[in-house]
Design a protein around this ligand. Structure first.
Ligand SMILES: C[S@@+](CC[C@H](N)C(=O)[O-])C[C@H]1O[C@@H](n2cnc3c(N)ncnc32)[C@H](O)[C@@H]1O
Length: 337
């Protein structure tokens, strides 16, 4: 089922590429504008006309990537320090949580797109090596009297290569350079590679990776749809796409505080720590321009409705206490409407 959906999507993507290139044949391309024979970038004349957002500014599509490049080139040296300063270290927890949800196993291949200085890939390698150690310990513990479970656990994986690999792919050479320096200082010598590449036109063959991550990167690309198509192309059938991105604060009081912090404090930190107000102003604005978490809101509302129902049911049994809880749940629900 999943495979046939994949095939269908691929066909649609190919069809749309065909129509793009055939129409592009009638468009006059300036020298050097075509990045490949079937590239939708042949529409570069149209891209000059079309506009997009760069933070709160409106810019021609063709200009956005250059300006985003400049932002990360400027902040690369101080990128990691600034992440800690801006989020008070909380970005580490978000990234740890992503790995916890991912729960990769030895042998998995990760592509970390817009991977910057490698935070996700370092965690990935750490996680799989811990899993590998656990497996070894378990195997050693049960080697004398293996259970049927141990035998069946081992059987299908024995002939698979166990080395996991992470590929950090980023459009920005400066960010990758900083990442490589970090890897060297951490003593990471194997299982990791660094590739310069555009999320919208990945330099990898089809069906290569088990997991694709893009952490705080997707809001920086010009064409999100093209980025998603590329993710689908390079993922193996059944592979997983995982995106970490900021969402909208729905609580009005918190939203005010968050706005004040974002617009009054973060650019100042950017100026003091990285000597760059404008780049951090862009980062804050780009978060605001990213689409809201419509789905999550619906899910949260559903959870609230469900919890209200359960609490109402409990209230028929446990009267007073559950009435109080019911009021809390109702409040949470209406605040989020
Ligand atoms: C906010 S950083 C995130 C870095 C890293 N994922 C992290 O979580 O720390 C965004 C990264 O996206 C990269 N980027 C922006 N546009 C890109 C594109 N079209 N293709 C690949 N990387 C891109 C930037 O160079 C930058 O390194």
């Amino acid at each position: 089922m999943a495979a046939s959906v994949r095939l269908l999507v691929r066909r649609l993507v190919r069809l749309s590429h065909k129509s793009v290139t055939s129409s592009a044949a009638t468009v006059s391309c300036r020298p050097g504008c075509c990045l490949g024979p079937s590239s939708s970038r042949c529409f570069s004349d149209a891209a000059e006309d079309r506009s997009t957002h760069f933070g709160f500014e409106t810019v021609p599509e063709a200009e956005k990537a250059k300006r985003v490049y400049k932002v990360f080139e400027n902040v690369a040296q101080k990128y990691d320090v600034m992440n800690d300063a801006m989020s008070l270290g909380v970005h580490r927890l978000w990234k740890d949580m992503l790995l916890h949800v991912m729960h990769p196993q030895p042998g998995a291949r990760l592509l970390d797109v817009a991977g910057g200085t490698g935070d996700i890939s370092f965690r990935f390698l750490d996680y799989v090596s811990y899993q590998q150690e656990r497996r070894k310990r378990r195997a050693a513990g049960s080697s004398q009297t293996p259970s049927w479970q141990d035998i069946s656990d081992k059987y299908p994986t024995d002939d698979r290569p166990q080395e996991s690999r992470a590929v950090v792919c980023d459009i920005n050479k400066e960010m990758l350079k900083m990442g490589k320096q970090r890897a060297d200082s951490m003593g990471i010598t194997s299982g990791l590679s660094w590739v310069v590449g555009d999320a919208e036109e990945l330099p990898f063959d089809d069906d290569q990776f088990d997991i694709y991550t893009i952490a705080f990167g997707i809001r920086n690309v010009t064409h999100i749809d093209q980025t998603l198509q590329e993710a689908l192309r390079v993922l193996k059938p059944g592979g997983r796409f995982m995106c970490l991105e900021f969402s909208k604060v729905t609580n009005p009081v918190l939203a005010k505080l968050y706005d004040a912090y974002s617009f009054q404090v973060i650019p100042v930190l950017g100026e003091v720590i990285a000597g760059d107000w404008k780049s951090y102003q862009y980062l804050v604005e780009s978060i605001r321009k990213f689409p809201d978490q419509v789905k999550k809101k619906v899910n949260f509302s559903l959870i609230c409705i469900l919890s209200m129902f359960i609490l109402w049911y409990l209230s028929t049994i446990l009267k007073r206490l559950s009435h109080i809880l019911l009021v809390f749940a109702a409040h949470a629900y209406f605040v989020n409407l």
